[in-house]
Design a protein around this ligand. Structure first.
Ligand code: ARG
Length: 409
């Protein structure tokens, strides 16, 4: 039985109640770790200090805030960008990418505080429990994992009553709003009226993509080996660059997703997301690959990308396959260096120009004007040989008219 547990603490209703519940029902000392992954308001140091203090007031024996923003960007978001992340063709894995970095810090805190368990506030119905637990087990197979919210069987109202009874300071009210999870890569908004897949998301759910800009503009993103390093000529570190793109692109009201998605636990759920910076950077990065990647490499990479997104969605960040795929993707980015120009208009963001010193686009080969240096006579023989097998097959195995395909000739 665990004696000391490190809890992933957000300061919200569930994790606040969890601090006390773990102490009273599981008889453990609780150490709270709050991860700054770039949530809304994450620049407010006083607010983080208040969160830490609230954890202590609730009964935690220790409480820490860890700033994971640079680590999240460098070790998780940049690989996601190189992998052109898109679960089920759309979702850029906002929540799924923050869980492994939080797991890393839970394990580090468990070691520092000589704890024998970690805990999280996820329910039993979602993907995040999978990501936390599989992540922690990969990094520290000896640690026990506690999931109070999955065990306690309290409704939201029960939790609010519990907090009132135990004098736990909370801000939640009984009126159920949305379940929100956000970080520098974007924001996931679920529940409430959106649980009906036919219902349009209410305007109030959006916060990163509230349209405020009316004047169209362009923004040039500079990449070095697949990593965005500059915006409009100013060098920026990854986390700052992503935050900057969120602000610039979000102001045009672009970067929203509304989808029905397959969770790992077998539930289809209606999910809405906003990720203006991520989606703009993904569009720009993929476009630069179109210009600089060799055809075979490009096509093979495209076949592997969905597998990467699926693995990471499914909580297998710390897996040998993900590491091997990343090695392949890193190698593929050797010449993905150059600039992409994005055009922003109200409600729209699209690529309208790209250039690279390593471009494989050859004007002399591509042009139809006088500068054309393509050897047209080569095409005739090429096409004849390319179609030779087809021609032989069609001649020798011609299906007589009137016989259905698949029928005997
Ligand atoms: N469905 C998304 C995912 O599985 C978002 C999860 C959001 N988490 C949350 N606690 N609201 O990655």
């Amino acid at each position: 039985m665990a004696k000391r547990v490190v809890l992933a603490y957000s300061g919200g209703l569930d994790t606040s109640v969890a601090v006390r519940w773990l102490q009273e029902e599981r008889d453990v000392e609780v150490i709270c770790v709050a991860a700054n992954v770039g949530q809304e308001g994450s620049d407010d140091q006083a607010a983080w200090e208040a969160t830490r203090q609230r954890a202590l007031d609730t009964g935690a024996v220790a409480a820490e805030v860890v700033d994971c923003r640079d680590e999240l960007a460098r070790d998780f978001l940049l690989p996601a960008l190189k992998a052109n992340v898109a679960y089920e063709g759309k979702y850029p894995l906002v929540s799924a990418l923050s869980r492994p970095v939080i797991a890393r810090h839970l394990v580090a805190a468990a070691r520092r505080h000589k704890a024998d368990a970690v805990a999280h506030g996820c329910t039993g119905k979602g993907n995040d429990q999978v990501r936390f637990e599989v992540g922690v087990r990969a990094l520290a197979p000896d640690l026990e994992i506690l999931a109070p919210v999955r065990e306690w069987g309290m409704t939201r109202e029960d939790c609010i009553d519990y907090a009132a009874r135990k004098n736990i300071a909370i801000t939640a009210t009984k009126e159920k709003l949305y379940s929100i999870d956000d970080n520098i890569w974007g924001r996931a908004i679920e529940c409430g009226e959106m649980e009906d897949p036919w219902a349009a998301p209410p305007q109030g759910v959006w916060s990163m993509t509230v349209p405020t800009a009316a004047e169209p503009r362009e923004v040039v993103v500079g990449f070095e080996q697949g990593v965005p390093v500059m915006v409009d000529g100013s060098p920026m570190a990854p986390a700052a660059l992503i935050a900057h793109m969120n602000a610039v692109v979000g102001a045009y009201g672009w970067g929203r997703l509304d989808m029905v998605e397959n969770r790992r636990v077998g539930i289809k759920s209606r999910e809405t997301y906003e990720a203006p910076g991520a989606l703009a950077l993904l569009a720009a990065h993929a476009d630069l690959e179109d210009l600089t990647l060799d055809r075979d490499l490009h096509h093979e990479k495209a076949r592997l990308e969905p597998r990467w997104s699926e693995l990471v969605y499914d909580g297998l960040w710390f897996s040998p396959l993900r590491a091997a795929l990343d090695a392949f993707f890193d190698e593929s980015q050797r010449f993905v260096t150059g600039e992409v120009r994005l055009r922003l208009e109200p409600g729209r963001c699209f690529v309208n120009g790209r250039r690279s010193d390593w471009s494989l686009y050859d004007y002399g080969l591509a042009t139809y004007d006088a500068a054309d240096n393509f050897r047209h006579q080569d095409a005739e023989g090429f096409v004849r040989l390319w179609g030779l097998g087809t021609q032989v097959q069609a001649t020798r195995q011609a299906i007589p008219a009137g016989i259905e395909p698949g029928g005997r000739p």
